[in-house]
Design a protein around this ligand. Structure first.
Ligand code: DNO
Length: 360
């Protein structure tokens, strides 16, 4: 595996490439052109400039998170074919720039959903949290307004103000789309892009829906093992794979994370690894990465990735806000650096103990 950190780009991220370069064991970033809109073609010039900036710092671009999918593709409207053509052109330009992993999601209207961006924990750190009660009590606009106050001045991915301003229109767009239709729209998209992925060896890594269930009555499909298998079988190509995100699949306690990882051998192209602390099945908060601070066994998650010979990029995921850092919620430097170091430590221990067992 290759340890990486997500980086939003100069002007959008409080964390610098120099700081990332100094985290031991991190060799690449997962980045994006944060100011491009879904449907916009990423030009070769902008991709080259992004690569150059990253490489000048001694890191590499290990993949893209995300090339966002236009709503016309997800909802299957009249503009779909044109938007798919644009996506294909972007993939071609990325492939020509020697970039081979693209993370995306197929969630209608919202990307990830949390009800608090700064829940205080006993140690004084603040974390992203979710409580079903709050979702049940609020409409999406109210939730966006209450969350907007806690962003530390950063634009959150998937919660861009211009998108939220169109929230009614977006809900209207998906009104007649159920899970079956969303699966079908995903199939059409994947079939159309596989030829360019084959040609440029691009691994598509769909991100799970977070949380892994329907919110505000919207259909959500990338939520559990059987749905992922369905997604992979319907377009059976090794380039059609997943981002294994422990914090997203883990929102549903019925998802057995190590088991899911083993069942996805060969199709996990990217891993987001983080822990959650459940206070009840309906209320969780994002803890430190350490097993003992949350509800997941992080050793078992890393061991499962090792057992399937996972060799793609991995990144620590949302971190706590600690040491008075001011950053995009979930994306500060300090706790993610601790997370990367911890995951690297688990990995080294697994590699060495497995090698030792083989010799004994
Ligand atoms: C949240 C992220 C998601 C993810 C997208 C991928 O912090 O994990 O926003 O990047 O769903 O398209």
């Amino acid at each position: 595996m290759e340890m990486t950190l997500r980086w939003y780009g100069t002007g959008y991220d409080s964390v610098t490439l120099k700081q990332i370069r100094q985290i031991p064991g991190v060799s690449g970033v997962i980045t994006t052109l944060y100011d491009t809109l879904p449907g916009e073609i990423w030009t070769p010039e902008r991709i080259a400039a992004m690569k150059q900036e990253v490489e000048a710092s001694g890191l590499r671009v290990s993949g893209i998170e995300s090339v966002n999918v236009h709503d016309a593709i997800k909802a299957g409207t009249a503009e779909r074919d044109e938007m798919i053509d644009h996506y294909i052109q972007t993939l071609k330009n990325l492939g020509e720039a020697d970039i081979h992993m693209v993370c995306y999601n197929f969630m209608p209207v919202f990307d990830w959903t949390r009800t608090e961006l700064a829940r205080q924990r006993a140690d004084g750190s603040t974390v992203l949290a979710y409580t079903q009660k709050a979702v049940d009590a609020l409409n999406p606009e109210k939730m966006f307004a209450s969350i907007g106050a806690d962003t530390n001045g950063f634009i959150l991915p998937g919660w861009e103000p211009e998108r939220m301003a169109r929230i009614q229109e977006l809900f209207e767009l998906y009104r007649s789309i159920d899970e079956e239709q969303l699966f079908e729209n995903l199939r059409i998209f994947l079939e159309a892009i596989m030829p360019v992925c084959d040609r440029y060896n691009i691994n598509m890594a769909i991100h799970p829906d977070d949380p892994a269930w329907s919110v505000f009555g919207l259909p959500r499909i990338i939520i559990n093992e059987s749905n992922i298998q369905r997604m992979m079988n319907m377009v059976d190509n090794p380039h059609n794979g997943v981002t294994f995100c422990s914090g997203s699949y883990g929102t549903n306690l019925e998802n057995d994370l190590p088991h899911m990882i083993r069942s996805l051998k060969g199709r996990i192209h990217f891993a987001h690894v983080r822990n959650l602390k459940f206070n009840s099945p309906d209320d969780f908060e994002e803890s430190a990465h350490l097993s003992s601070d949350g509800s997941f066994d992080m050793y078992e998650i890393m061991k499962a990735l090792y057992d399937i010979d996972f060799d793609g990029p991995i990144r620590p995921d949302h971190g706590r806000m600690i040491w008075d850092e001011k950053a995009m919620p979930g994306y500060g430097l300090y706790d993610r650096a601790l997370g990367a170091t911890y995951l690297n430590g688990l990995w080294e221990a697994i590699v060495k103990s497995e090698a030792k067992h083989r010799c004994d």
